[in-house]
Design a protein around this ligand. Structure first.
Ligand code: DGL
Length: 266
């Protein structure tokens, strides 16, 4: 069946564009509506109750735009709120934690897996739980890296100081000899090179890439792929500062974002 309705993606801000980018690659025929809650970013340091409330508002808005599936691109929302959100909304929903964990389990040879993310994501233990569910004998080592998000937003993707901060944060994971490292935050794919230089020999798992493939599989399973062959439409919504989103987002996506609509949702 051909279903032309759009895929709805939301994130706390612009980081989720890394997920959108992978979805565009995996599903070039799909319409995509992206909502960045730029008014309330960061989610990484907020409580689960607040993250669930904010995530619910984002989903409600996207549902009003008649989307067929929701992608919770924010790792913090996926880690803290996905289970509750699935109880509240009936729309098919994909988070980033389970696909990222599955990718790590597939890639790891030793079963020693590292996870990095925001304070909220790491504190929730969601990745550990998801990995253990698939591979009970796995040894999971996690580390919150709160400075990574501002470094990425500043565009300091491969500065010397970025390498030094990576080395500091990741030293414990190196000691634990993890052979696989999950980049459990929307922003971290931008630091792949700097992180890879420190974690030599470890496989880096990009949750965005894994999630895009999970989205494709779910759309196919439900028979709701867009098979029209038409040029897709992309829409962007934010809750604050649309101009900043347009500028930074275009460089994040390497795609010229033309229009960003400012929403008044809370
Ligand atoms: N999008 C968030 C995540 O993936 C990072 C930014 C934030 O803290 O809101 O966890």
């Amino acid at each position: 069946m051909n279903d032309k309705r759009a895929i709805g993606i939301f994130d706390s801000g612009l980081g989720g564009l890394t997920v959108m980018k992978e979805i565009r690659k995996a599903l070039p025929g799909e319409n995509i509506y992206y909502l960045g809650d730029t008014k309330h970013v960061p989610y990484g340091s907020k409580s689960a109750a607040t993250v669930t409330r904010l995530s619910s508002s984002n989903i409600e808005y996207l549902l009003k735009q008649n989307v067929k599936l929701i992608v919770v691109a924010c790792n913090t929302s996926s880690a803290l709120s996905l289970a509750d959100l699935k109880k509240i909304f009936r729309v098919p929903m994909v988070g980033v934690v389970e696909p990222g964990a599955a990718g790590a389990v597939k890639a790891s040879v030793s079963g020693r897996i590292g996870v990095i993310g925001t304070t909220g994501t790491v504190g929730s233990g969601a990745y550990r739980k998801a990995v253990k569910k698939l591979l009970p004998g796995a040894r999971v080592y996690s580390k919150a890296c709160p400075l990574f998000v501002p470094l990425v937003e500043e565009g300091w993707w491969d500065k010397k100081i970025t390498g030094e901060i990576c080395a500091e944060y990741l030293s414990e994971l190196r000691k634990h000899r993890v052979d696989t490292l999950v980049l459990g935050c929307t922003h971290y794919p931008f630091l792949k090179k700097a992180i890879g230089n420190v974690m030599k020999g470890a496989t880096l798992i990009d949750s965005a890439y894994e999630t895009a493939h999970a989205v494709r599989a779910l759309l196919a399973q439900k028979g709701i792929l867009n098979t029209s062959g038409r040029k897709p439409a992309y829409r962007f919504y934010v809750t604050d500062a649309p101009e900043k989103f347009k500028k930074l987002g275009s460089s994040f996506l390497r795609y010229g974002i033309e229009k960003v609509k400012l929403l008044n949702i809370d």
